[in-house]
Structures are given as structure tokens and as C-alpha cells.
Design a protein around this ligand. Structure first.
Ligand SMILES: [Zn+2]
Ligand SMILES: [Zn+2]
Length: 421
């Protein structure tokens, strides 16, 4: 036997059962997005590397350590998308949605790629469902996007999640925040973890993201949260977001230390966490990014969005929904004549809109019946010598075990009576 190949580290196969569960969740997501007037967009998984460098920012972990970047045959630097916001904004501008739609509500689903150390809930190819609402500065949009996130998780039947929200302020406030942090942390650098020593130089807001206890202690001692750096406009904006969330009866917790590690976020940021997920407890996250459209060459436009991880959503499910949709009928045959009849019956049933399967391995009747069970067949049609002679088909109800002989000529109408109302 030849050597077998394996999937790459940090990637995995979604086998039929799990793929079916994902399809159910994706269908639920589509229904929710439809209620909120979002339309789907599908962007390529590869983009010019500079798109991500410009939007996510130098000094972010994604850009510095996690991108799958390669030179193509024309020596262009290409990156497998590590997230989709930058791609959606690029498409919004490139494909003229700016003029066609103005305000655009877009959703996407698909694989993203980051070269991280794989662990539970963290893969190198992972999958996200997300939304981007582009073209409004309204705080009601922030509230609606957060409400949409809650509706989405509710539709998945994920319970006991917690939404944390904060405001980073506008670009000016973020600069004041970074300067304030730099001043406050200046004397305490030696007490920070090695990562944070680097963050202090390169991307100081990320120090607030650190999971290290020592860093947390230092920060909680010297820093009371992002709130004190917000300008009047940003304070009013955030107050309206919270008030409208209260009005919508969306539960949230204010988290004054919550920042998102990507450069493009401004004002409202949020994260949804779940206890079931352990150390990597975020199911999803998002926020407002008012400068990204202009940073990527468009007219200044406010925007807000989020993404949730599919793998993590599945881990947080309260219970797995009923995976119905088993086979309608399995056709078990004995002998060549019976097989020929069964083979063409299966095709006729499918044309009637009834799912049907027949044996392809020359299995015994007993083994065929086991296959019918494994496929979740509701009925089995049994055809052997007697049935051929009598022009009948034996129909077995797999749950009640009742059997009856159906005349071959009325088989189609009998099937229609059972499966198609
Ligand atoms: Zn501000
Ligand atoms: Zn740290």
C-alpha cells in the first residue's frame, strides 16, 4: 500500500454529520440576516497583502505573526484572508456599492486563515459568519448590530453568553488613550510580561488585552479604563448605544478595559464570551470602524460590524438540534433481476422527489438492511425472487417493523401517498 497523505496541521475535515449541523446553523443565520435586511457578499479568500497590512495595522499579532503570505508566480505578495472586514470594505469601494447602495448592510460566511498554534477552538483554517454595515455614524446602528449578534446566537440556541461592551473613542481619543497609557505604564514596564514589553513600544492598547495576571494587576492599579479619554461626542454616542440596548432589552456588561487589537476600531467595541469555551472564551467580537473606508481610499463613512467563529459557536451550543432529513427509502434486493428493478426504481423515486438509495457493493440482504438502518431510512423496499414472480414489492416500515406487499404497478402512487402530501 502506498503512503497516505494527511490534512495540514491546524486544518480539519468537516464530516457529513458535522457539515449538516453547520448547514443548519448557516440557514438560521441567513434567516436572521434577512430579517435585519442584510445581503450576502462573497469575496475571494486571497487578497493583496497590503490590504491587511493597511487595515489591521503594523504591530498587530495578525500582521506580524499570523498571516499566510506568499509570493505568487508574478512575485506579488498575496495573503490568505485572516478576517473579512478589510475585504468587504475593499469590495464596497471597488465594486461601486458606495454609489449604488450608499448605506450597505452585508453579511458573509467562510473560511479565514491564521498561522496560530492550534488548540481547542483555534484552527489555522477557521470559519466565520459576520456582518458589515457601512455608511452610517448613527449610534443606533451600533445598538442594532449588537442586537443582531444576540438574535443570531439566540437562533443557534446558544444560552448564557455574555456581551461585553466598551468605547475606544474616535481617532483623537485613541491617541490620547495611548499617550495616557504610555505615561502611566512608563515606570512599570519591568513588571509587564515580555509580550507586553513589545506591545508597549508597538501597539500599546494591546497591553489591555493581555491575559497575564501580573499585567492585569499593573493595569488595574494605574488605569481606570478607556472612559476618561473619551471626548464629549464619543461619550454621547456611547450613552445612546447603551440606552438603545436597554430599550431593546439586550443584556450587556460594560467592560472599561476591553479594546480590540486591530487598528481600525473606533468608538464602540464589543465581545461575546461563553464559559463553555475555556481560555479561548470569545465566540465573536466586533465594533465600529469609522476610519477604515477612508483609510482604504473611499469617502469618509461610518461603519460597524462583527464576526463570530463557527467552530466556537458549535462548542457553545446548548444542545445539538435534531439532525433530521434521513433517507426516505432504501431498496434492498436479492438476485440480478431484482437488482435491475431496484436500480431503476431508485431513480424513479428520486425524480418523484423522494430520497432513495440502492446497494452498490453486492452485499447480502442482511448487510443491506444494516445499511438502511445506518442511513436512517424510514422505509425499506425489499425485492427478491418471490416479489419478481408476483410483481409485488415488500415495503417495511423501519420504525414499526410492519411489512406489506405493494403491487409493483401501484408502488409509485403508494410512495407519493407516504412521502408527498
Ligand atoms: Zn471622540
Ligand atoms: Zn502582558
Amino acid at each position: 500500500m502506498k503512503e497516505r497523505l494527511k490534512s495540514l496541521r491546524g486544518t480539519r475535515d468537516l464530516l457529513p454529520k458535522e457539515a449538516k449541523l453547520w448547514t443548519i446553523l448557516e440557514d438560521k443565520a441567513r434567516a436572521v440576516f434577512n430579517h435585519f435586511a442584510y445581503s450576502e457578499i462573497r469575496t475571494p479568500v486571497i487578497e493583496e497583502s497590503s490590504l491587511f497590512v493597511r487595515s489591521l495595522g503594523q504591530g498587530t499579532d495578525i500582521v506580524e505573526k499570523q498571516m499566510f503570505t506568499f509570493l505568487d508566480r508574478g512575485e506579488r505578495s498575496i495573503t490568505l484572508r485572516p478576517e473579512a472586514t478589510a475585504s468587504v470594505v475593499r469590495a464596497y469601494l471597488e465594486d461601486n456599492l458606495e454609489n449604488e447602495m450608499g448605506f450597505a448592510k452585508l453579511f458573509y460566511m467562510g473560511p479565514m486563515f491564521r498561522a496560530e498554534r492550534p488548540q481547542a477552538g483555534r484552527m489555522r483554517q477557521f470559519h466565520q459568519i459576520g456582518v458589515e454595515a457601512i455608511g452610517s455614524y448613527s449610534p443606533y446602528l451600533d445598538a442594532e448590530v449588537i442586537a443582531l449578534l444576540a438574535s443570531l446566537l439566540d437562533s443557534f440556541n446558544i444560552r448564557n453568553y455574555e456581551i461585553k461592551i466598551n468605547s475606544l473613542g474616535c481617532a483623537k481619543d485613541k491617541e490620547a488613550l495611548a499617550n495616557g497609557l504610555r505615561r502611566a505604564l512608563g515606570g512599570r514596564i519591568k513588571d509587564l510580561c515580555d509580550d507586553c514589553k513589545v506591545r508597549y513600544e508597538k501597539n500599546i492598547l494591546r497591553v489591555l488585552d493581555c491575559k497575564n495576571d501580573a499585567c492585569n494587576n499593573v493595569i488595574k492599579n494605574i488605569f481606570k479604563g478607556t472612559g476618561e479619554y473619551l471626548c464629549t461626542d464619543c461619550l454621547t454616542h456611547f450613552a445612546t448605544v447603551k440606552k438603545s440596548l436597554d430599550g431593546l432589552k439586550i443584556n450587556y456588561k460594560e467592560e472599561p478595559y476591553l479594546v480590540r487589537g486591530l487598528d481600525y476600531y473606533t468608538k464602540t467595541t464589543f465581545e461575546v464570551v461563553h464559559k463553555k469555551l475555556g481560555a479561548q472564551d470569545a465566540i465573536g467580537a466586533g465594533g465600529r470602524y469609522d476610519n477604515l473606508v477612508s483609510d482604504l481610499g473611499g469617502q469618509p463613512k461610518g461603519a460597524c460590524g462583527f464576526a463570530i467563529g463557527m467552530e466556537r459557536s458549535v462548542m457553545a451550543l446548548q444542545d445539538i438540534p435534531e439532525l433530521d432529513g434521513g433517507l426516505n427509502i432504501y431498496i434492498a434486493t436479492m438476485g440480478e433481476e431484482a437488482y435491475k428493478l431496484g436500480f431503476s426504481l431508485a431513480m424513479a423515486l428520486r425524480e418523484q422527489g423522494i430520497s432513495a438509495e440502492v446497494d452498490f457493493e453486492g452485499k447480502s440482504l442482511k448487510a443491506q438492511m444494516r445499511t438502511a438502518d445506518r442511513l436512517g431510512a424510514r422505509y425499506t423496499a425489499i425485492i427478491g425472487d418471490d416479489e419478481i414472480k408476483n410483481h409485488t414489492i415488500t415495503l417495511r416500515n423501519m420504525s414499526t417493523k410492519e411489512q406489506s406487499a405493494v403491487p409493483e404497478r401501484s408502488f409509485a402512487s403508494e410512495m407519493e401517498r407516504i412521502f408527498i402530501k
